[in-house]
Design a binder for this molecule. Structure first.
Ligand SMILES: Cc1ncc(C[n+]2csc(CCOP(=O)(O)OP(=O)(O)O)c2C)c(N)n1
Ligand SMILES: [Mg+2]
Length: 352
């Protein structure tokens, strides 16, 4: 097995991200490095966002995914180009893992016209038709009915697609969660419900708000196959999502994964974190999905110092370029602000 970083193939071009599969050993190593690379991109992108937020370059709300990267990266491997993704306001990682370009995402964070949502969405409303990325939803639980609708359309049109819907543990308290799971199960819709259980909904710990904290059990009550997965283990998330996606494509209906994870940062940039001990956060740090996966790759001989340095350098270059792109972007002129707010329709009486 080669350890030459130049021989790793890490596609970073626009579109969905897949490893080279020329030989099984090479494909395996490339795939693992791709997973690590994607997790690193998310981590470094968001660290830069936190810095830019403090500098006043990014404004509004900012919810970081740091610590949870293995879920978006692992799950995204099971999706193809025609599948759809729905996420929450903590969605920068999902957007990057899905293949939205870092420069377009950074421009969106800045609110610049070159952003993937034209600068209208910002951090919480990342959209991209090209990769079928349907947000970015600021409303807790708001993405679930959207995902069910997308899957219903696919089923009615007999398209062999799946819709992956990411949401937090806080969403299980919402009526939309229950309505969505019920209809998806009743109509056997191809939806993957990917619950990111990081134990907290803002400052509310799961057991303070839920009588049943086994979230997979809630899905099973709707007769949806459900399992809990180690959300800090990218390979575990990938294989569980692949199984669920394969079943959905065979027409077996929805699946639910409770991905157990932890956010290392505050809920948003305006959170003093008075609801949890620093010791608890520290106790989760050894399970950091990036450091644990890096160690695994080193043990398997798939990564070494040179490879890791090359990965970090390529990520740093990509993020530098993204910031430069966003800095050089343009603001939408004030007189255009009402564009796309209402559809211009011809009044029927005036038309005749
Ligand atoms: C319907 C609704 N209620 C309340 C809020 C305020 N709010 C924003 S984030 C959040 C916590 C959600 O937690 P969770 O679903 O676990 O996601 P996490 O932030 O942990 O990723 C709440 C209550 C909201 N955005 N939408
Ligand atoms: Mg949560």
């Amino acid at each position: 097995m080669t350890s030459d970083p130049a021989k790793t193939s890490l596609p970073v071009e626009e579109g969905l991200r897949q490893a080279d599969a020329t030989t099984p050993g090479r494909a395996h190593r490339d795939h693992d490095l791709l997973l690590l690379h994607d997790m690193l991109r998310i981590r470094r992108f968001e660290e830069k966002c936190a810095e830019l937020y403090s500098a006043g370059k990014i404004r509004g709300f900012l919810h970081l995914y740091i610590g949870e990267e293995a879920i978006a990266v692992g799950a995204m491997q099971a999706l193809g180009r025609d599948d759809a993704v729905v996420a929450t306001y903590r969605e920068h990682g999902h957007a990057l893992a899905r293949g939205i370009r870092a420069d377009q995402l950074m421009a969106e964070m800045y609110g610049k016209r070159e952003g993937c949502s034209g600068g209208r969405g910002g951090s919480m409303h990342v959209f991209d038709a090209h990769t079928r990325f349907y947000g970015g939803n600021a409303i807790v639980g708001g993405g679930l009915p959207v995902a069910v609708g997308l899957a219903l359309a696919d089923k009615m049109q007999q398209r062999p697609r799946v819709t992956a819907c990411f949401f937090g543990d806080g969403a299980v308290a919402e009526g939309e969660f229950h309505e969505s799971l019920n209809l998806a199960a009743l109509w056997k819709l191809p939806v993957l419900f990917l619950c990111e259980n990081n134990l907290y909904a803002m400052g509310t710990r799961l057991e303070r708000a839920q009588s049943q904290t086994d979230l997979a059990a809630k899905a099973r009550s709707y007769r949806i196959p459900a399992e809990a997965v180690d959300g800090m283990d990218v390979l575990a998330v990938e294989s569980a999502t692949r199984r669920a996606a394969d079943a959905a494509r065979r027409g077996e209906g929805p699946a639910f994964l409770e991905c157990r994870t932890y956010r290392f940062r505050a809920h948003s940039m305006f959170d003093a974190e008075l609801y949890r001990d620093k010791a608890e956060v520290e106790a989760w740090k050894p399970r950091d999905p990036i450091t644990t996966f890096t160690s695994r790759l080193r043990e398997r001989g798939e990564a070494n110092d040179a490879i890791l340095a090359a990965l970090e350098a390529s990520v740093a270059d990509e993020i530098d370029l993204a910031v430069r792109f966003a800095e050089g972007g343009t603001w939408e002129p004030v007189e255009e602000l009402l564009n796309d707010v209402y559809t211009p329709v011809e009044h029927p009486e005036r038309a005749s």
